[in-house]
Design a protein around this ligand. Sequence first.
Ligand SMILES: [Zn+2]
Length: 275
Amino acid sequence: MSVSAVHILQVGACRHPEIMSRQGGHLCPVDFPALVGLILHDELGPVLFDTGYDQRFLTATEAFPERLYRLATPVSLPPQPLDIQLENIGYAVDDIAGIVVSHFHGDHVAGLMQFPKARIFCARTGLEATRRGGRFNRVRRGLLSALVPDDIDSRATFFEDLSPVALDDALSPFAHGVDLIGDGRLMGIELPGHCSGHWGLWVPDARRFFIGDAAWSLEAVEQNVPPPALTTGLLGHTATYRATLDALNALSKRGTVEIIPSHCARTAEKWVRRG
Ligand SMILES: [Zn+2]
């Protein structure tokens, strides 16, 4: 086995009305944890799936119009930032060999700057979206270009440049993915609809499927309940989002893998490494 362990860390949280994340949800604000995966790959080294929140998120949203992002989804920074949490497990920031970016929303990439040596695996379309349009337009789409490292192009492997390969039956109905480092242990899976360039990570050795924001919670996957069209249409494409959620719902019914949504309270309760 080339992946020896997978940890789930909580790196902050945001708060917004439940109805934004779930059709028929209530208006009361609910906390949504920001979860980060730490995958210990024996040859490559430690790999992160996303980075969660960071002080840089607050810096990047200090001025208007970026401040609208912070006002729309009030943020709690983690009691311990990601670098300290990694240190507690025995890793320095420079030990992190790679970061798989599910997408470029601020709550997933706020910590990227902490890892200047890591390879970045991401969607070119997602990165390009951080450079397109004016500041207001980008904020409306959840993008903060100040969080993207200047040298990201030279460190990036783009999902779109990798050839799709057939997946084993465990992940059906998802049939194809891209092999990030060529050993079959880290598989990028496109999960379209949430926003431009949204991808998940399948770790077959651990049977974990990190799905980013393709669903807000395991309940949403299991019950096939999408957010209202207002939310999905604002950030991405509603029909595509719902087709992806249908596929995740079918996968969850088979019970063959652990599905890890990035903001799921139940997942945090079950898996997050505390202390
Ligand atoms: Zn998102």
